[in-house]
Design a protein around this ligand. Structure first.
Ligand code: KG4
Ligand code: ZN
Length: 342
């Protein structure tokens, strides 16, 4: 089967063609970073307008590049939530129209499910697996028992981790989006100079919190500027290291709690935009190996938002009998653990 996947839940417009043998035939991502940079964050209305402007052009581009005719597509899937309502409506309406006009089956996909199942596309990971999803909008542990059988184990009580990276980059005047900038600058910094708090690290549950950490960065930056105590790169390195320490401790706890609640398992998956961070990847890998687990991290271009993950999740759902009606509505909020019936 050839599956067309459409993603427009945030600021990236992406369309991909994936086949049922896990080949990514095309995966075109149009970033809007240049548009939102001046505002140091995503402006929902601008994001929606730009999805409208480019979505049809991206489809034409991948169809002509791959020399695939729309008639050769067997299934159309699109992100229906969670995300920014304007962007969701653009991608979802576009996908439904394509499905109706070309008489193709349609599957609405939960964006988080796209991230969750990416490692099955890229690395052939078997169910079940423990998932740490770290993105711009979500930071959560899940136990992924099987397709459409997901358990929420706990996560952030305030900011998502990507959001914290972006806000810290903003404080340090590094630009937008912040994650990659902090990663780069950290390489030149000393992670031990600036002491930052690790909220909730000793709590025996999977609650996370990043807003206090962000405030501590703000205070450290004020000190470093006025008293020239440390450099911006030291703060960046310390922030990134502190985050890695929190995630590693909670990952070990997540393994322990999941095995107590369910059963022993082998695989761990880290997904979402923040999982593109090489420092965090390395630290989480070491932590998983310490716990005798196999860890899977999708290639960095499949960690950030993309259409391929939506195509793949749509395919997995379809093979389990899930097919969506063309009146499926966009859902700005949509918990991953909610069971699907259509
Ligand atoms: O998954 P994603 O593309 O979109 C959402 O679903 O939210 O994640 C975007 C987030 C942004 O906050 C961005 O700063 C962060 O992922 N990010 C990173 C890195 N690359 C992207 N954070 C840390 N290090 C990176 N290298
Ligand atoms: Zn995402």
């Amino acid at each position: 089967m050839k599956i067309l996947g459409i993603e427009s839940s945030c600021d990236d417009t992406s369309i991909a063609i994936v086949d049922s043998n896990k080949n990514i035939i095309a995966n075109e991502v149009l970033s809007q970073d240049n548009i939102h940079r001046d505002f140091q964050g995503i402006v929902p209305e601008l994001a929606a307008r730009n999805h409208v402007l480019f979505i049809d052009k991206i489809l034409s581009k991948i169809l002509s590049k791959t020399e695939i005719n729309i008639n050769q597509i067997d299934l159309i899937s699109a992100t229906a939530g969670p995300g920014l309502i304007g962007g969701l409506l653009v991608g979802l309406s576009f996908a439904k129209t394509l499905a109706q006009v070309n008489n193709k089956p349609f599957v609405a996909v939960n964006h988080l499910e796209g991230h969750a199942l990416t490692a099955r596309l890229s690395d052939n990971v078997n169910y079940p697996f423990l998932l740490l999803l770290i993105s711009g909008g979500h930071t959560n542990f899940y136990f992924i028992k099987n397709i459409n059988d997901y358990y929420n184990l706990g996560g952030t009580l305030d900011d998502a981790l990507g959001e914290a990276f972006d806000k810290v980059a903003n404080i340090l005047k590094l630009g937008f989006p912040g994650g990659p900038k902090i990663e780069k600058l950290s390489q030149k910094g000393n992670k031990d100079l600036v002491k930052l708090p690790k909220p909730l690290i000793n709590k025996r549950n999977l609650d996370l919190s990043f807003s206090g950490l962000k405030t501590a960065v703000l205070n450290s930056y004020a000190t470093s500027v006025t008293k020239k105590k440390y450099k911006t790169e030291d703060i960046a390195a310390s922030f990134q290291y502190t985050v890695s320490d929190i995630l590693c401790k909670k990952l070990s706890l997540a393994i322990e709690l999941t095995e107590k609640k369910f059963f022993n398992f082998k695989n761990i998956v880290i997904a979402g935009g923040v999982a593109a961070n090489n420092f965090l990847r390395q630290k989480l890998k070491e932590e998983a190996e310490k716990n005798n687990k196999s860890i899977y991290l999708p290639p960095t271009n499949l960690c950030t938002d993309n259409g391929a993950m939506i195509a793949w999740a749509g395919y997995e759902l379809y093979t389990k009998g899930i097919k969506s009606n063309l009146n499926f509505e966009a859902r700005p909020r949509w918990p991953l653990e909610e069971k699907r019936i259509n």
